[in-house]
Design a protein around this ligand. Structure first.
Ligand SMILES: Nc1ncnc2c1ncn2[C@@H]1O[C@H](COP(=O)(O)OP(=O)(O)O)[C@@H](O)[C@H]1O
Ligand SMILES: [Mg+2]
Length: 606
């Protein structure tokens, strides 16, 4: 009972780690590290927004007083309307014949400035979103690529792609919303000041009204937005996961006839997304879309308040209310905008967190690494233990020595840890306990890139990339000459099939080389390794999926290489084991050295 509970919680923590659900940083802690290097842009954008907002505010608050000034040349001297008074004073100082064109010109000028600043800030906005996105996309892709293999590789591809491509854009929009929000707060403040100067009693009355309404709805609205943001993020992630897995498993999907079921699964997720997304967008836009209704209600309340509570006459109230109504609409518009934007910001927290988490994968490079001098001497596995969280033990105090020259064969049942063992040499995995010593030092002390540069690794499933034969060959060493490339191509018998192609080495291989056969792919991948001219070669079941010809070609090359290099081969194939100087069997989390004599041709016959 107790054991079961332990296993479950360990699995949960693995799941939590891979989905990033464990970290829930508030926006204040989240943003500063993410926005490093972008603060000057943010400040510029903030002032652009602020300038636009204020010019816009001034433009609108100018209209009515200007009109009033234009219409009545003698405004009442005792007017308590600050704006009207100011404008009438200004206009009084201008000669009569210049008054009308002057005021109209001023109005046009303010709106010209407003238009220009709107255009400029829309340009700055797109530029800023794309800059942020570009930065975050690159940073998260690099973090993923430079992170420990065991962590990066455990993440579902769809999720990684969605985070790097999709969430970065949504997160950048979130930051933009925040900048816009801050600028609009100040705009709202300016408008409020104008209102207070115009009629402070009514303003305070409306403020209390609005404050009360938002205080009552805020907490619930905030939680709703956070949850909607999280739910949308999870649905996007799951949909991307499903699509990516489906496309990768195309052959199996077809053979098991899963196409309809997969499409249905995707549709189900998107139905859910549609519902969550619509609900959120409608709800967050609600105050803004109800603004006219609110204005009427508030307007009525203000008139009632002034006539009933302040005992003012309706004729005195109406002109003030008309002016007030216009400015109020601006204030209410900006207040509801603020409310909506604040909800949108809350719902952007999920993408921001996803991007932050993606960029936060620690690099596999350990501090204080020294450049790798090249392989010399034997490779020693010294009491190596490995047990991934929540999984069975893979290595239990395993000991093994790989000689400096010659062929070492590693055999063992499927799932015994053979691939994991060689992954420890190239630092794709890290031992929990014990050490792997190369050139006399712990392999983890070396700079990981310079270490891998000295290793040629051929796996069972060779990975080719979109591009030509030549591009794939040169990938491991872009500075190689064409002659060097042709040399290795002949050595690995790549030339045999490339020379029959119409475009030779310029032939496009298709996605991941899918236009080639398994044997051709493997030979090409081997040539790519040969071109890199490494010290140590590792072959992980290189011929298990190959035709007889390709198998012979690769085995001959392995034997040839083992005359001058240390070569590690994981294999079940006897002809390779027969040539091995050293043989280890991995079983039950240990390595057992076998006597090559037992594998002599005579010995095998029995
Ligand atoms: N990232 C991982 N997390 C947990 N367990 C793993 C991981 N990768 C491999 N394993 C487990 O380690 C064992 C050894 O895998 P592997 O080295 O691929 O075996 P082999 O190459 O001998 O067939 C398997 O039981 C597998 O389930
Ligand atoms: Mg394996």
């Amino acid at each position: 009972m107790k054991k079961q509970k332990h296993t479950r919680s360990a699995e949960d923590s693995v799941k939590q780690f891979s989905t990033g659900a464990s970290e829930q940083l508030p926006i204040k802690q989240l943003l500063p590290p993410m926005l490093k290097g972008h603060w000057h842009q943010i400040v510029a954008l903030f002032f652009a927004f602020l300038f636009t907002a204020i010019v816009e505010g001034i433009g609108f608050s100018l209209v009515v007083p200007l009109l009033q000034t234009l219409l009545s040349s003698n405004p009442p001297a005792n007017s308590d309307n600050f704006l009207q008074l100011t404008f009438s004073q200004i206009s009084q100082s201008v000669p009569q014949e210049w008054r009308v064109p002057g005021l109209l010109g001023m109005l046009a000028f303010v709106f010209l400035v407003k238009s220009i600043s709107l255009i400029a800030s829309s340009g700055m906005t797109r530029w800023f979103i794309n800059t942020l996105r570009m930065d975050w996309t690159t940073r998260s892709l690099l973090a993923y690529l430079k992170g420990p293999y065991s962590i990066s590789a455990s993440r579902p591809h769809g999720e990684v792609i969605q985070t790097i491509i999709g969430e970065t854009e949504l997160a950048a929009r979130g930051v933009l919303l925040l900048v816009d929000f801050s600028a609009r707060c100040i705009q709202a403040g300016v408008l409020l000041l104008l209102l207070l100067l115009t009629n402070w009693q009514t303003t305070v009355f409306v403020l209390i009204l609005g404050g009360l309404a938002s205080a009552l709805s805020w907490k619930g609205a905030q939680r709703f937005s956070l949850e909607a943001g999280q739910a949308r993020r999870e649905l996007r992630r799951d949909a991307s996961k499903l699509v990516s897995e489906t496309i990768t498993g195309l052959r199996t999907i077809k053979l098991l006839d899963l196409a309809t079921r997969r499409a249905k699964g995707l549709r189900q997720m998107l139905l859910h997304y549609r519902s969550v997304d619509t609900k959120f967008e409608v709800a967050s836009g609600l105050p803004g879309n109800m603004i006219d209704l609110i204005a009427v209600i508030v307007g009525a309340a203000v008139i009632l308040f002034m006539t009933a509570a302040l005992k003012m006459k309706i004729e005195d109230v109406l002109p003030t209310t008309a002016l007030f109504g216009l400015v109020f609409l601006r204030l209410a518009a900006s207040a509801t905008q603020l409310f909506s934007k604040r909800l949108q910001i809350a719902s952007s927290l999920a993408p921001l967190q996803a991007v932050n988490e993606a960029m936060g994968i620690a690099t596999e490079q350990l501090p204080g690494s020294v450049p790798f001098p090249g392989f010399s001497g034997e490779i020693v596995f010294d009491n190596v233990s490995l047990q991934p969280v929540g999984r069975h033990i893979i290595f239990d105090h395993l000991n093994m020595r790989i000689p400096a020259v010659g062929l070492t064969a590693i055999i063992g049942p499927s799932g015994s840890g053979k691939t994991t063992l060689v992954d420890l040499i190239v630092r794709l995995r890290k031992a929990d306990h014990g050490r792997v010593l190369v050139s006399g030092r712990d392999v983890n002390e070396f700079d990981v890139r310079s270490l891998r540069a000295r290793v040629g690794y051929l796996s069972q499933e060779p990975q080719l990339f979109d591009g030509t034969v030549a591009e794939n060959l040169m990938m491991g060493r872009p500075d190689a000459t064409e002659a060097e490339m042709l040399d290795v191509a002949r050595l690995a018998h790549v030339d045999d099939f490339v020379s029959t192609m119409e475009n030779g080495y310029s032939t496009e291989l298709g996605r991941a080389g899918h236009l080639l056969s398994g044997g051709q792919r493997q030979r090409l991948a081997l040539a790519r390794e040969l071109l890199r001219n490494p010290d140590l070669y590792i072959f992980d079941e290189p011929t298990s999926a190959l035709d007889r010809d390709s198998e012979t070609i690769i085995n001959d090359l392995i034997n040839q290489l083992s005359l001058t290099h240390p070569v590690v081969v994981i294999s079940h194939r006897q002809d390779i084991i027969l040539g091995a100087k050293t043989i280890y069997r991995i079983e039950n989390a240990k390595a057992e050295e076998l006597d090559p004599a037992d594998f002599s041709r005579a010995g095998m016959a029995h």
